[in-house]
Ligand binder design. Structure first.
Ligand code: AHR
Length: 654
């Protein structure tokens, strides 16, 4: 072990063993403890094919041409009959597993041929290659399941395997049908080799006829081993950020591509085979397998507050754009349906928080969660066009939630831009109706973020607060990430007005993206966090609830320098963030006199690089924070590297 490594380990354990005061120092400004969280939207295949760990694409045969003209219920499946076998396959709808899930496959096996050394296994069946291949790891287990109904008299044996592109079997199992009613069958497959482009193969080995639906394959190791769970590497990356909250399920996805396409939360709970699937506004299919229960469970698993956003009873004004083929622009729920719609919003609160003896609380309990999910925030609307129809419906929903659930903080919306007509009208509505928090959105240049660091300094205090629900600068290079970091220090400084903030969008699957600038890219087997991810993580995992000014001295005339100092009153830790958006080292001075006794060392994380540096898939993910322990005193000088964010965490002593 090198001396340096030994110093770092000793230093870290020294730094973490100091008792904390758990009392903020005098003179701090109380700021939001929920400031930094996550925005999750099912865009860029973030849910199906992404965070949701299901490996089979179109498992329920519900893909259809209203989603993509070339799609049909058999998309992403292949009919196979190796070994001179023959039979027939059809898509049917007469007696489905559940009316919400109408399509299923009928397999008529007329002849099962002979297995030979050359053709391998024989049988009649199906093949699915997931979302551009199924990635499996050697030694890992995969949970296969399907719903099947025997349509002929004798049981039908099904061989289940994972195969590589050459047909070599990587894992094998079998199930045998035993009922003329729909029944779920399961088996576990263990992969013998690693492969990123595997297929799932199901072959009937017995002559006869059977119906099949919900053909599913999950890695056994999902995040926290939840069934119907999340892809563990991606979920862990999000958990590592220690976000205060997660907003879901969007974005434009929420208010949808026309009224019939709004995201209705009630369709996404209960057994997965009974959920109502639908077209995703971003041009693909959503199974709802990652539904409200799973979102809430994930929030609980990573101690983030859930922030569900529900449509304000109007559809997206932009629907009918590039990705949508059924869009109608903004349409409003008819007035005679509004009471039902409002009830749906109230039902969510009962589902999340109500006792398990209540109608909706019982549904939560039936899903395995009798305890309350402790819902605190509900978003109503997403950057909607501020029309009279919107305003009227928003007010109706807001008033109903306020009256029945004064404990819930409603988050309203003020359009898609940092200014302009919808922004002004949205703020007027918020002021008139005394909405507690509103959701601002902006995607713009890094220079805008640098020049607008004073934006919230002049916002009125003790009035409607801001949730900066979607923001990003146009790029995933260091200059973008560091511009965002500078801006985030201003969010901390204004943490009495800005209650929450989340970068957007969060996830993007390689070759499946609709939105170019995202926080984390991934493919089936690997992940590629951007510099923007690390900036978000460094702020989010280092939140405080008191802000202190005059701790860090820097050149105030240089807008490329930014800094903030917060204290976390739970641990007593002081957290400094120092940002240098310039192209040379900049000196700053730190004075910690107001904090009483402090540790002699601090934990330091530095993210630094050249303006054009970025992370790409493969071996070039060089932009990561470097952690070390530094000696500090009551006051010290600090040289911030060019294009960098430094976070220093310091323990206080009793
Ligand atoms: O984050 C991507 C999209 O940007 C969101 O869906 C929408 O709210 C915004 O326009």
């Amino acid at each position: 072990m090198t001396k340096l490594k030994l110093f770092l380990i000793l230093g870290l354990s020294l730094a973490t063993s100091v008792d904390s005061t758990a009392q903020p120092a005098k003179g701090g400004k109380k700021i939001s403890s929920d400031l930094f969280g996550l925005f999750f939207e099912d865009i860029n295949y973030s849910a199906d094919g992404g965070l949701y760990a299901e490996l089979v694409q179109n498992r329920s045969f519900e893909y259809n041409p209203t989603e993509r003209r070339e799609w049909n219920p058999f998309s992403y499946w292949e009919y196979i009959s190796p070994g001179f076998s023959y039979g027939r396959i059809s898509v049917e709808t007469s007696e489905p597993v559940h009316p919400n899930n109408p399509h299923y496959i009928v397999l008529d096996i007329e002849h099962v041929g002979h297995e030979t050394k050359f053709v391998g296994e024989s049988g009649v069946g199906l093949k699915n290659s997931g979302f551009d291949g199924i990635a499996v790891k050697a030694g890992e287990k995969y949970d296969f399941s399907l719903f099947a109904k025997q349509l002929s008299d004798s049981p039908i044996e099904l061989s289940i395997s994972l195969q590589n592109l050459k047909g070599l079997v990587l894992a094998a199992g079998s199930v045998s049908t035993a009922s003329k009613n729909w029944q779920k069958y399961t088996t576990t497959l263990t992969a013998t080799a690693e492969n990123d482009t595997a297929s799932l193969v199901i072959l009937a080995k017995t002559n006869g006829k059977l119906a099949m639906d919900m053909i599913s394959l999950f890695p056994e190791k999902t995040f926290k081993n939840r069934s119907n769970g999340l892809r563990s590497d991606l979920a862990q990356l999000l958990a590592d950020m220690k976000p205060a909250f997660i907003r879901f399920p969007g974005g434009c996805l929420v208010h949808g591509d026309g009224l019939g396409n709004m995201y209705r939360w009630e369709n996404t709970i209960g057994p997965v085979e009974q959920r109502k699937e639908q077209r995703n506004i971003w041009g693909y299919h959503q199974t709802g397998g990652l539904g409200y229960f799973e979102y809430f469970q994930f929030c609980e698993d990573i101690r983030a507050k859930p922030l569900p956003v529900l449509p304000a009873a109007v559809s997206c004004q932009n629907s009918g754009g590039t990705w949508q083929i059924g869009g109608t622009g903004q349409k409003a729920v008819p007035m005679n349906e509004m009471q039902d719609y409002i009830q749906e919003v109230l039902n969510l609160i009962e589902w999340a928080n109500g006792p398990s003896t209540s109608v909706w609380g019982a549904k939560r309990a039936a899903a395995g969660h009798p305890e309350s999910f402790k819902l605190q925030y509900v978003g109503i609307g997403n950057e909607d066009k501020m029309t009279p129809e919107f305003e009227q419906r928003f007010k109706m929903i807001f008033d109903a939630v306020k009256a029945k659930h004064p404990e819930i903080t409603v988050v309203g919306t003020v359009g898609p831009s940092p200014d302009g007509e919808d922004f002004a009208k949205g703020w007027k509505i918020a002021d008139d109706q005394k909405v507690p928090v509103v959701d601002e959105h902006y995607y713009t240049s890094p220079e805008w973020f640098i020049s607008n660091q004073k934006r919230y300094d002049t916002y009125p205090r003790n009035a409607t607060q801001v949730y900066l629900g979607e923001y990003a600068s146009w790029g995933n290079k260091m200059r973008n990430a560091i511009a965002e970091a500078a801006y985030m220090t201003s969010l901390e400084r204004n943490g009495d007005v800005v209650r929450m903030a989340s970068y957007a969008p969060l996830l993007a699957k390689k070759n499946f993206t609709q939105w170019k600038i995202d926080m984390i890219f991934f493919d089936n087997a690997t992940i590629c966090p951007t510099p923007n991810y690390f900036v978000q993580k460094m702020f989010s995992a280092n939140r405080g609830d008191y802000y202190f000014d005059k701790v860090i001295t820097k050149d105030e005339k240089d807008i490329n320098q930014a800094a903030s100092c917060v204290q976390d009153s739970r641990t007593g830790d002081i957290i400094l963030k120092l940002v240098n958006y310039g192209n040379s080292v900049k000196p700053m001075k730190v004075n910690l006199a107001k904090f009483g006794k402090i540790a002699a060392e601090g934990e330091q994380s530095v993210l630094a690089g050249s303006p054009d540096d970025e992370n790409t898939f493969g071996d070039t993910q060089n932009i990561i924070p470097v952690h070390s322990v530094i000696r500090i005193g009551k006051s010290f000088d600090y040289s911030t590297p060019a294009m960098s964010l430094t976070v220093i965490r310091i323990k206080t002593k009793k």
